[in-house]
Every structure is written in structure tokens, then in C-alpha cells.
Design a protein around this ligand. Sequence first.
Ligand SMILES: Cc1ncc(COP(=O)(O)O)c(C=O)c1O
Length: 387
Amino acid sequence: MNTPPIYLDHQATTPLDERVLEAMLPFFTSEYGNPSSPHTCGRTAARAIRTAREQVADLVGAKNELEIVFTSGATEADHLAIVGAALAARPHGGHIVTTAIEHKAVLAACQRLVDHHGYTLTRVGVDAHGRVHPADVAAVLTPNTVLVSVMHANNEIGTLQRLAAIAEITAPRGIVLHTDAAQSVGCGLLDVAELGVDLASLSAHKLHGPKGIGALYIRGGLRITAQQTGGGQERGLRAGTPNVPAIVGFGAAAHLITTDAVPPPPRIRALRDRLQDRLLAAIPGATVNGHPHRRLPGNLSLTLPGIEATDLLDRVPGIAASTGSACNTGSGEPSHVLTAIGLTRDQARATLRLSIGRTTTDTDVDQAADLITRTAHTLVPAPANAA
Ligand SMILES: Cc1ncc(COP(=O)(O)O)c(C=O)c1O
């Protein structure tokens, strides 16, 4: 049997936790009811969804489970949030604001409003650490602005944004604040009340839950226009028979985090720092992207000068990692995030994203550091006096 690679791509997706799988299994077989059915089978499924909704609400600090709407993932949640909130607020204005480093799901949803609904869009830039300055957001707001969307943590460089400071600017003006929190929610970093956001997009597969399920947190009382209509499920905000096993799995994965049944972020941060220290010491000129402290605990975006990251990864099949983000991989275009923080096209192409997660071990980190260092030295030989 082939040895599996050392998995350092937890920001692309995470392995399903076995306890999550166990919670899901009955809903594929014996508990197959449609939650809309009024009989016992339907009621069992509806109860399971209610529990999962409470578990996800608890994870993000929502007031109650009615603030959670299940979707097929963060991509759909981004579209429902951005298009749905902007359309509902159309009588108040047609200007929306986002940032230069958003996930493509957010950028595409904003573009949809521009192309099909006549909105104007402003993209705020970031500093060299990938941080959005709240004053820069304030500077572009107009009386016509109805929505601001700023991601909580970046999927490539891990930088965390000061959402609470941005909310202090948007809330008094009645502007809706959305955040894509797909990357931060699994680290227990998202508290919607503390951050003051109105809408937050979530995804289960980034937190050891199943793929194809996510949710949108919608602050109670906020109006949004449904994007998928039909049978009236999810209180009319997302029609379609719910994916019961996946929703149960999302709830179970959330519950593992809120009950501290998983390795805590400091353990992941310590492994990340060990990998970072080893690679910086061994590869001359290597630099870390993203904010030095205010970034996701498992994220390591490294630029290795003179090296094509795809070339390096091709030569180390024993490591599963990413160049830039998984979503940009294969497009041939340098990442818009890396260029937004000021990297040249060559530097962007020389950038690896290594992401540590719950399943990463000390041995994984040490072996990966050795393999990457050796391969980097074959591609760009280290000077004689380098470590
Ligand atoms: C920041 C961010 N937003 C959205 C998504 C898309 O999530 P999903 O795969 O659940 O649609 C991802 C996943 O890569 C992400 O990292």
C-alpha cells in the first residue's frame, strides 16, 4: 500500500473526524425521513436538524438557532449574503464595498450585483500584511452604500481582519456588514456578537466536517432576499430538501469545537511556528507572508526566492500542500491576494501555502521541513556559508 503524503493543506480541506462520521451514519440509512414530513420519520430528521442548528449557532455566538441558515457551503452562503442583502436594501442605495483579497466566491457575488443589478463596487486595498485599515473602509462609504463585505481570515496568508473596528463604522450608518468566516470558524475565532457582523459565511469541510454543507449566520431581524426559492425550506431563505446527514455532521463538528474535544489552536500554532522556524533557518531569503501575529494559527505562506512553487511541490510528492490557494491552483495566474500585498508575479509564483491542522504531528513537521529544504537546495543551491 502506498504511504499517504504528509498532509499540510488543511486550509483547502480537512479530513472528516470519525466522531462526525459516526453521528452522520444513521441519517444515510435508518433515519432517512424528509424533515418536512409530518410523520415520525420526518420529525426525527427535523429534530436532528434543529440540534445541528443549535450546535452551529453556539459555535459562532449567535443569539439563537434561528439565525443559522444551512447552505451547500461557504460559496453559496457568500452569494446568499451579498446578493440577498444588497437586493433587500436596494431602496436605500446601490453601492457595495469589498476588499482586494477576498475569496473568489465573494468577488463573484459582488460582480453579479454589478453586472446584473446595476450596483457600483469599490474594492479596498490592504497593507503589506494583508490587513484592511478601517479608515480606508470609512473613506469609501457614501450615502448610497448598503453593504460592506470583509473576510475574517484570509485563505492564503491567514491574516485576520479588525472586524469589530469596521463594524463600529458600518453599524451607525445602517450598512450591512458581511464576513466570509470559512477559514476562521474552525479555530473557534468567530464570535458574531463580539465582532458586530450582520452576516457570516461558514463551511463544514474546513473544520473536519463533511463537504457540501455550510451555513449563513443572519443577525435576527435583518432582511435578505432568497436566492433559491421553491419549497420554502430554511424559513424560505434556501429552498430544497435539506441534506440531513451533512447538516448533522456540521453540527457534530461544531460541537466538538465548543466542547473542547479537539486539539486547541495553541498546539497547532506551536507546530506551525516550528515548521516556520526550521524553514526560515534553512532556506536563505525565505520570507513569511501575512501578519506576523494576527493570523490563523495553522497558516504558513512562504516565499522561496528563485523557486517555482509548483516545481518544488512536483518534486516532493510525499507532501500534500498548495501553491497560493487551492482555488487559484491550476489557473496559471498569480494569486490576487499575493499581488495585493505587494508581491511581484515572480514572488507570487515562488510562494507555497503550508497549512497545519489537528491531525498534524511533530514528525510530520520535521519530515516536511527536511523534504522541502532538501528540494529547495537542489533547485537553488544554498551559498556555502548558509545554514
Ligand atoms: C475564505 C473562503 N471562502 C469560501 C470558500 C468556499 O467554501 P466552500 O468550499 O464551502 O464553498 C473557501 C474554501 O476554499 C474559503 O477558503
